[in-house]
Design a binder for this molecule. Structure first.
Ligand code: SAM
Ligand code: DTB
Ligand code: SF4
Length: 315
């Protein structure tokens, strides 16, 4: 195991981003194999249990009610319907089932249903993850009692760029939710998005913030922005794929023992770029043809890619 540091300065993170690409990739691969088997990938399947109609204004998000993206607002799914999807995910080979809801924060009544979903999914032998927006301490404790393994709540970007992307809640709100999740004893899944028009300094700020949390998130999703027509970010410039790979590598080096997820954006990514992400230390993917509302590569394509790379799902 590498030494875990929680005092990464921006200068140090900047220096990693500035490394020549071969040097950065070598360091990341080294850290990766000191902590993990580099041929193994953790496989999660996502389900949107409550889609659209969200009151927040996250500029990237197709589910925000105020943007015209064609996503229809739906009610919270019934517990049985969610369990049927979880069974299908398990049959497809996933080891974790992640349930997402387009809420600012859950109401206590909604949490009753989500707790029942967590209990049911866990009983199938799958790990559970939910992402429901902001949480109070007591809500986090209820989820823990239901057996929740992971809570996903992203910082999304740097503290400085954040207000360009979301105005309806603050960076501190996010840190508070992460604190409640951590205190309840739930594993933290927290990362961000690259390709939102942010600069290198914002990627540095995001990684430095994540790597300086009192405890690193156990799971760090790095999303490539999925540009959805109707959102303010639909027209932001395309990201250089190598800058995405660099972000994965720096996350791997600064958070050596965390599982780094090559998260949204794989549908538009070449297989070569995905392979570079794995070399850079990514060791988790979302598996199955849909993320929350946007497409993801089909199962066959992903299994073919992993097999071509000599990689396999983590047990
Ligand atoms: N509503 C809850 C919240 O925002 O915390 C949970 C669901 S929300 C969709 C979860 C995360 O998905 C966001 O924090 C963001 O990082 C990611 N996400 C949403 N839309 C995305 C997009 N178009 N491209 C990449 N990532 C996206
Ligand atoms: C995360 O970091 N990425 C996932 C998950 N956490 C919930 C969501 C990606 C959403 C992509 C846009 C969509 O499909 O709506
Ligand atoms: Fe709502 Fe979450 Fe989308 Fe923001 S990211 S608009 S909170 S669903």
């Amino acid at each position: 195991m590498s030494l875990l540091r929680h005092d990464w300065s921006r200068d140090e993170v900047r220096a990693l981003f500035a490394l020549p690409f071969p040097e950065l990739m070598f360091q990341a691969a080294q850290v990766h194999r000191q902590n993990f088997d580099p041929t193994e990938v953790q496989i999660s399947t996502l389900l949107s249990i409550k889609t659209g109609g969200c009151p927040e204004d996250c500029a990237y998000c197709p589910q925000a009610a105020q943007y015209n993206t064609g996503v229809k607002a739906e009610k919270l799914m019934a517990v049985e319907a969610v369990l049927a999807e979880a069974a299908a995910a398990k049959a497809g080979g996933a080891s974790r089932f992640c349930m997402g809801a387009a809420w600012r924060s859950p109401k206590d009544r909604d949490l009753d249903s989500v707790c029942a979903m967590v209990e049911g999914v866990k009983a199938m032998g799958l790990e559970t993850c939910v992402t429901l927006g902001m949480l109070e301490a007591a809500q986090a404790q209820r989820l823990k009692q239901a057996g929740l393994d992971y809570y996903n709540h992203n910082l999304d970007t740097s503290p400085e760029y954040y207000s360009e992307i979301i105005t309806t809640r603050t960076y501190q709100d996010r840190l508070d939710t992460l604190d409640h999740v951590r205190s309840a004893g739930i594993n933290v899944c927290c990362g961000g998005i690259v390709g939102m028009g942010e600069g290198l300094e914002d990627r540095i700020g995001m990684i430095a913030t994540l790597a300086s949390l009192p405890q690193h998130p156990e799971s760090v999703p790095i999303n490539m922005l999925v540009q959805v027509e109707g959102t303010p970010l639909a027209v932001s410039g395309k990201l250089d794929a190598l800058d995405f790979v660099r972000t994965i590598a720096v996350a791997r080096i600064t958070m050596p023992a965390s599982v780094v997820r090559l998260s949204a954006g794989r549908e538009e990514m070449s297989e070569e770029t995905q392979a570079l992400c794995f070399l850079a230390g990514a060791n988790s993917i979302f598996y199955g043809p849909k993320l929350l509302t946007t497409p993801n590569p089909g199962r066959d394509r992903d299994m073919a890619l992993l097999s071509n790379l000599g990689m396999r799902p983590m047990e």
